[in-house]
Design a protein around this ligand. Structure first.
Ligand code: URP
Ligand code: ZN
Ligand code: ZN
Length: 484
C-alpha cells in the first residue's frame, strides 16, 4: 500500500515545514515539496491541515482486572477509540497478580492484545518481590523488549509494594538498563485516611478525594525520587496530578536527576469540584487515583508542560461503566478507580493547550507523541514524521469542531468525563502504519492489525545518572544487584 498525503504542513516536535509525505508498506519513504503520486497510490488531501506523528498514549489499562472487576474497554475498542482521536500507539500495563510469574502475565497480555487495531507496547508491573521476579525481569528486558517496570506505592493489600521491594527492583532496573515507573501515593496514609472518613460517616465519592490529598502524592514522589537516586536509575512518575509532585520532579531535574513526569489530560482540565456533584453516579464516574485536584494544581501542571519539567500527557485510560462504579455505592473505597480519555486526549489538549496559547503546535507534538517515544526508547520509529519512521500519522484539522458526547464516542462505557467539552482541532484522518484507520468521521480501523512494539534497554549513561555518580563515585560506591 502506497499513500501520498498532499498539501499539509508537517509538524514535528522540533520543527514544522510545508511538505507532502509519501508512505509505502507502513513506513515513511519521502517527505518533500510536490511529491509525485506513484501509480495506484492512495491520495489524502491535507490542505489546511497539520501532518503530525500519531499520538502515543504511554499509560493505558485495557481489559484490566482491577478492584474486583475488569475495565470495560478491551484492546480492540480501546485502540479503536485511540485511533479516532489521533493516537496510534498505546503502552499498556501488564500487571501480574502478586505471586504470579511475570512471564505468564506477559503471555496473558499478548493474548488480550490480539484484537488491537493500533500498535502497542507494555510496561511490566512489579507487584511482589523474590528471586523469581529478579530473574524474570531480565527476560522481560532482553527477550520481550520491555524496558519499563511499574510500581504501585498505593493500593495497600493489593498491588502496593513497600520501600524494600522498591529499592530491590530499582537496583535491578539499574543493572538491566531499564527504567522504573511509580504510581506515587503513600498507600499506608491513604488506607488510614480512608478508614477515618468511613468512620466519620463519609462514604460517598467525595471521600475518595479527601483520603488522597496532594501531600500523599508529594511524599511518595519525593521518596521514589530518592530511592531511584540511591539505586542509580532514572524514574518516571505516572499521573503526576499536583503541585507537590510536580515540584519534587522539577527539583530532582534541577539537581541533574533523570526524572520524568506525566500529567493526565483529565487532571489538566477537570478539578475536584466534580466530586461535589450531588448525583452519586456523576461523581463516582470520576473516581480515579490520584483524584482530580483544586484548580491551582492545574496551573502548576500546565507550567510544567510549558517549561519542560513535565514531559508527556497521558490518559491512564481505565474505563468502568456506571454499573461497575456502583460496586462502591455504600463505600467509596470499593468504587473501581479509573476514567477514560483515549479518544479525547489530543482534541482536548489541542483546545485547552494550543488554542489557549499555552503550548505551541510543536510542543503539542512533543507532549502527545515525540517525548513518549524518546523517553521509552522507541524514537524515531515512533513519534516522528521522518523518512524511515513508521507511517503512524494524524492529519489534524485545527479549525474542525467537535462537542464531546457519549452518544458519538467509540469507547464502550456509558458516559464521558469530558461530556459537552467543545473541541476546536480534531483529526481529519489517522493512519496506522500507512493504513487509514479514521477518515472524516468514518472508523476503518481493523481489529488485530496492531503490532507489538518491543523497546530496547537504555544505554548505561542514561541509567547511572550524573547526580548519583557525583555523590557516590568519590566514595567508591558501585551499583550492585541485590539478589533476594
Ligand atoms: O484510578 C486509576 N488511575 N486507575 C488505574 C490504575 C492506576 O492506578 O493507574
Ligand atoms: Zn496509578
Ligand atoms: Zn494507571
Amino acid at each position: 500500500m502506497t499513500t501520498l498525503i498532499r498539501g499539509g504542513t508537517v509538524v514535528n516536535h522540533d520543527h514544522s515545514r510545508r511538505a507532502d509525505v509519501l508512505a509505502r508498506d507502513g513506513v515513511i519513504v519521502a517527505i518533500g515539496d510536490d511529491l509525485e503520486a506513484p501509480a495506484g497510490a492512495q491520495m489524502i488531501d491535507a490542505g489546511g491541515c497539520y501532518v503530525m506523528p500519531g499520538g502515543i498514549d504511554p499509560h493505558t489499562h485495557l481489559e484490566f482486572q482491577f478492584m474486583g472487576t475488569v475495565s470495560a474497554d478491551d484492546f480492540e475498542w480501546g485502540t479503536k477509540a485511540a485511533l479516532s482521536g489521533g493516537t496510534t500507539m498505546v503502552v499498556d500495563f501488564c500487571i501480574p497478580n502478586p505471586g504470579q510469574s511475570l512471564l505468564a502475565a506477559y503471555q496473558d497480555w499478548r493474548r488480550k492484545a490480539e484484537g488491537a487495531a493500533s500498535d502497542y507496547g507494555f510496561h511490566m508491573g512489579i507487584t511482589w518481590w523474590d528471586k523469581q521476579v529478579f530473574e524474570e525481569m531480565e527476560t522481560c528486558v532482553k527477550t520481550y523488549g520491555i524496558n519499563t517496570f511499574k510500581h504501585f506505592m498505593a493500593y495497600k493489600g493489593a498491588l502496593m509494594v513497600n520501600d524494600d521491594e522498591l529499592y530491590n527492583s530499582f537496583l535491578r532496573c539499574s543493572s538491566l538498563g531499564a527504567m522504573p515507573l511509580v504510581h506515587a501515593e503513600n498507600g499506608d496514609v491513604v488506607f488510614r485516611l480512608q478508614q477515618h472518613y468511613l468512620e466519620t460517616g463519609i462514604n460517598g465519592p467525595e471521600g475518595h478525594a479527601y483520603s488522597r490529598p496532594p501531600v500523599v502524592e508529594g511524599e511518595a514522589t519525593n521518596r521514589a525520587i530518592m530511592i531511584a537516586d540511591m539505586a542509580g536509575c532514572p524514574l518516571y512518575v505516572v499521573h503526576t496530578s499536583c503541585r507537590d509532585s510536580h515540584e519534587a520532579i522539577a527539583r530532582a531535574r534541577a539537581a541533574g536527576k533523570r526524572v520524568f513526569g506525566e500529567p493526565l489530560i483529565q487532571h489538566l482540565v477537570l478539578n475536584e469540584d466534580e466530586y461535589r456533584n450531588p448525583d452519586w453516579d456523576y461523581a463516582a464516574r470520576r473516581v480515579m487515583s490520584p483524584p482530580f485536584r483544586p484548580r491551582e494544581h492545574q496551573a502548576s501542571l500546565w507550567a510544567g508542560l510549558q517549561s519542560g519539567s513535565l514531559q508527556v500527557v497521558a490518559t491512564d485510560h481505565c474505563a468502568f461503566t456506571t454499573e461497575q462504579k456502583r460496586f462502591g455505592r455504600a463505600d467509596f473505597t470499593k468504587i473501581p478507580n479509573g476514567t477514560g480519555g483515549l479518544e479525547d486526549r489530543m482534541p482536548v489538549l489541542w483546545t485547552a493547550g494550543v488554542n489557549s496559547g499555552r503550548l505551541t503546535k510543536e510542543e503539542f507534538v512533543a507532549v502527545t507523541s515525540a517525548n513518549s517515544a524518546r523517553i521509552l526508547n522507541v524514537y524515531p520509529q515512533k513519534g516522528a514524521v521522518a523518512v524511515g519512521s513508521d507511517a503512524d500519522l494524524v492529519i489534524w484539522d485545527p479549525t474542525a469542531r467537535k462537542t464531546i458526547s457519549v452518544k458519538k464516542q467509540i469507547s464502550r462505557i456509558d458516559y464521558n468525563v469530558f461530556e459537552g467539552y467543545e473541541c476546536v482541532g480534531v483529526p481529519r484522518a489517522t493512519l496506522s502504519r500507512g493504513e487509514i484507520a479514521w477518515l472524516d468521521g468514518d472508523l476503518r480501523a481493523k481489529p488485530g492489525s496492531g503490532r507489538y512494539v518491543p523497546r530496547e534497554a537504555f544505554p548505561a549513561v542514561h541509567v547511572a545518572n550524573a547526580a548519583w555518580r557525583e555523590r557516590n563515585a568519590p566514595r567508591g560506591v558501585e551499583r550492585a544487584d541485590v539478589t533476594p
